[in-house]
Design a protein around this ligand. Structure first.
Ligand SMILES: [Zn+2]
Length: 233
């Protein structure tokens, strides 16, 4: 059996191989990246290692501006999230803000539990606990633990989208240039992202329009409440 390699050294050698592959595949890839960024999407997601936004969207470096935190909690007073939103929306002028939760979220499970996580984590998860108490009847009626965690993750996205829709920078961009806000859930068990229908397009009849986001090397199509991806030639 081969000796297990140090994970960091493995990651560095993997990066070296990746950089070589990308440069070989497209010699202009890194010079173009180095010239600046104009991402079309701001992604607000969970820090969970199984939810790497650019990878699961099938997009490339330069396509997605990102802020991730534990359980993708959007608090209006969190200066970190607010600064990312301000820069992405007012300066980079992204076309879409995507808040994405996920199945099997540890933060969701912790918020559903009555035991303390410890340290600063209980404080961080307070907004999610508030979501739990506000929807106690519905959540308690769900007998399956996994299904209950999925439901609170959806409720968390809905609550987060409401905070986003109340953000003044986002409101101005919606009015002035048609910025779109989406609330989604990533299903780790199948790799697919579902649009939950909250945000600027909430309530619209499915299938009425396609919204295409063109990345540098791939395009993302929001169609009837679902996102799909196609590689550009
Ligand atoms: Zn999570």
């Amino acid at each position: 059996m081969a000796q297990e390699q140090d994970p960091f050294l493995y990651a560095l050698s993997s990066n070296n191989a990746w950089a070589g592959y990308k440069a070989h595949q497209n010699p202009q890839f890194f010079p173009k990246l180095a010239s600046g960024q104009s991402p079309a999407i701001l992604w607000l997601g969970c820090s969970d290692s199984r939810c790497p936004e650019t990878t699961i969207l099938g997009l490339q470096p330069g396509d997605v501006f990102v802020h991730r935190n534990i359980a993708n909690i959007i608090s209006p007073t969190d200066i970190n999230t607010s600064a990312v939103i301000e820069y992405a929306v007012a300066h980079l002028k992204v076309k879409h803000v995507v808040l994405c939760g996920h199945t099997a979220c540890g933060g969701a499970a912790a918020a559903l539990s009555d035991s303390r996580v410890g340290g600063v984590l209980d404080t961080w998860l307070t907004p999610l606990k508030a979501v739990r108490y506000a929807h106690a009847d519905e959540l308690n009626a769900i007998k399956d633990d996994k299904a209950r965690a999925v439901r609170i993750a959806e409720m968390n996205v809905e609550a987060g989208v409401k905070v986003l829709m109340a953000n003044m920078t986002i409101q101005e961009a919606i009015k002035e240039r048609g910025l779109q806000v989406h609330g989604c859930l990533f299903d780790i068990s199948c790799g697919k992202i579902k649009d939950l229908g909250h945000g600027t397009k909430g309530g619209e009849a499915p299938g009425t329009s396609d919204d295409v986001v063109r990345g540098k090397h791939a395009q993302l199509v929001f169609r009837g409440g679902n996102a799909s991806m196609a590689v550009r030639q």
